[in-house]
Design a protein around this ligand. Structure first.
Ligand SMILES: [Zn+2]
Length: 159
């Protein structure tokens, strides 16, 4: 009898675990769909042929491609890849920090410059839980999640 009630309990507990798991999966799918639905892509190609995408949210605000912060009324880059020279709150200046003519650190492509700067932003925010959470949320908006060691990982998708 005791064994039976134990196995009934185990079945119930596994059912609960399964429910929790399914709920988690449903939440993830919903977030993915929301992410896809609320973003508009702005495609840019530089004169060197580099292609990248700037995202705009449903309020018409452009997102920083480095940190994901939504703070630009104008796109940080034009469709021909020329930069706006706006400076994001993460410190990145479009057209400066990604230009080898201007910045000695920018020896690579525009996207590589963003990636390099993103690591710096994470490093600057990692000691404060609140700012790290905010950064993580913003990065999520541009298709990145942070691994346990705070390395940004690109989520599947077309950006
Ligand atoms: Zn930024």
């Amino acid at each position: 009898m005791a064994n039976k009630s134990r196995s009934v309990y185990r079945g119930w507990a596994q059912g609960k675990q399964m429910q929790t798991l399914l709920r988690e999966i449903a939440k993830k799918i919903k977030n993915m769909l929301l992410y896809e639905a609320n973003k508009e892509e702005y495609h840019c190609v530089t004169n060197l042929g580099e292609h990248f995408i700037i995202l705009r949210n449903d309020k018409g605000t452009y997102l920083c491609p480095v940190c994901g912060s939504a703070e630009f009324d104008e796109p940080p880059y034009n469709k021909d890849g020329t930069a706006s020279f706006q400076i994001c709150s993460c410190g990145f200046e479009f057209g400066y920090d990604d230009s080898h003519l201007a910045s000695k650190d920018a020896t690579e492509s525009v996207i590589s410059s963003w990636n390099r700067w993103r690591l710096k932003v994470i490093d600057n925010n990692k000691r404060n839980k609140q700012s790290l959470e905010k950064l993580e949320h913003n990065l999520n908006q541009i298709g990145y999640k942070l691994a346990f060691d705070l390395i940004p990982i690109k989520k599947s998708g077309n950006i």
